[in-house]
Design a protein around this ligand. Sequence first.
Ligand SMILES: Cc1cc2nc3c(=O)[nH]c(=O)nc-3n(C[C@H](O)[C@H](O)[C@H](O)COP(=O)(O)OP(=O)(O)OC[C@H]3O[C@@H](n4cnc5c(N)ncnc54)[C@H](O)[C@@H]3O)c2cc1C
Length: 445
Amino acid sequence: MTDFDVVIIGGGVGGLTLALKLAQANIHVLVIEKANQPGKIYKGELLQPKSLENFSEMGVVEEIVANSWPLATIHTYEMKERKDGSLRTELYIPLHYHRLYSSFPSARMIPHEKLKELLLFKAKTYHSFTYWNPATFQDFSKINEENNEFNEATIYYKSGYRRITSSFFVGAEGRVSLMRKAMKEHGVTTHYNHQFLTVTFPRPEVFKEARMYATHREFIGLFPLPDNKVRSVMLIKPGDYKRMKDEGLHTFYEPFERFVPELSGYLESITSWKDIQLMIPIRHKTQQYVKGNAAIIGDAAHTVHPMAGEGMNMAIQDGAILGELLTWMYKEGTRQPQYLKLYEKVRKKRADRMSHLSHLSAMAYTWPARWYQQGRMFALKRLERHPVLHDKHMLNISGIGWWPYNGLDILRFFGLAKAYSLKRLKKKQWENIYSSHDDYPWKAK
Ligand SMILES: Cc1cc2nc3c(=O)[nH]c(=O)nc-3n(C[C@H](O)[C@H](O)[C@H](O)COP(=O)(O)OP(=O)(O)OC[C@H]3O[C@@H](n4cnc5c(N)ncnc54)[C@H](O)[C@@H]3O)c2cc1C
């Protein structure tokens, strides 16, 4: 008899999604979270349609919708700099979520801490949910090396060390994962030649849409949040942060005001560099997400470049799939740890694809050169104007399915392939949406 059925280390979005799912199935779950107050650092805020579908299945989507801002279209502007430094739009590309067959055909922006608060609030309504906070996972005090089973963990909670036993342990502690270390998983890390500055500030009421602006040497993104706020990102070169801090806050305001003059006056509400966060993107891929009776989810398993806004969604979708699997294992009385591998089977392939897509999105803005911008504009134009490429892209980033890229796409890219009829296009998209069997293949067993 163990103290808990499942212990989750880390109460971030991934850990809380999993915990809620388990609590709803009356599985005794303990979440250990070390932060004793809402995090001050900016994290993911963009929810993709698949995450909204997952939250809908968990009966928590209404609260999330009420506290978030819809993004039906991502508007991308490629700009040219005139000799006098002013800007003109060279290319405008809208990418539409409404092309998707989803009950949630839009992305939504929600403050990261608000989402966690809503998930935690809901989870606390279930008796089988236990939350230790602040509490820190230290290490495993008992491991059975023969069958790779983790039997007992040491947790620092309420001024003392406690030893707890559990049937399953899940590492959801983000990038620096002690669980991953205990599993002796290392993986591969990619570093990038750029960094980001990010901050949320008030927006004019009329600024309602997600917009990304780029010249051959600059990139900024603006994503509206509820309560007339907007989350901003600015791409910078390593070293720029220090230089900008030395020169003054105007170096941060100016690019935004140049691209979006209606933001003048709003940025000035940021009065200290302390409010602006430096974000150093990395990509980390782990080979195995499961070992014995332990699993890792979210950033602990895979960290992705933030350009495509997928990191938080991958953590949520890991939590939803692993939660559904554990629920099934408990319901069917099949609690052998080897079943956990089914979570890895479903999620690893999807996470690797998303990681690659995010990497490609990052590469599109990596080199500050005019020829590079020309190439990006050509690619963006073809992506938007060819219905198959547009639908494929939106389906793939939304997480609701995967429409594989193939040789014909190269012809489509150059305008050489015949377009599908609308009926065929719809059918193709439909065929590539994940079915319940794709998401939960064990249920058919
Ligand atoms: C600076 C930054 C900016 C980002 N921006 C974006 C973005 O714009 N778009 C996007 O999609 N993604 C973004 N991401 C990524 C996204 O936020 C993450 O992918 C997502 O938060 C991962 O969720 P998670 O639950 O796996 O981990 P986390 O959100 O990192 O949560 C892990 C939790 O575990 C706790 N913890 C850690 N160690 C222990 C321990 N030993 N004991 C107990 N608790 C512990 C931590 O306190 C934390 O609450 C960003 C990430 C960072 C760091």
